[in-house]
Design a protein around this ligand. Sequence first.
Ligand SMILES: [Zn+2]
Length: 69
Amino acid sequence: MRNVRCPICGTAVLWGSQSKFRPFCSERCRQIDLGAWASDGYCVPGAGSDDCLADDFNEMSPESATPRE
Ligand SMILES: [Zn+2]
């Protein structure tokens, strides 16, 4: 049976149908890897993205955005 290394923690994982999270050793490591790429595409408060900050300011000041009425 072939072994692979979990890319997150380096644990040896059997490359077979019994290792359903392969190439990760567990669902936890798989989630960590998903979060690593997902955070690039999502607006994370405090992440330091200028686009995210601009969106937040628009959301927090609705009065100045709609002066009529
Ligand atoms: Zn792992």
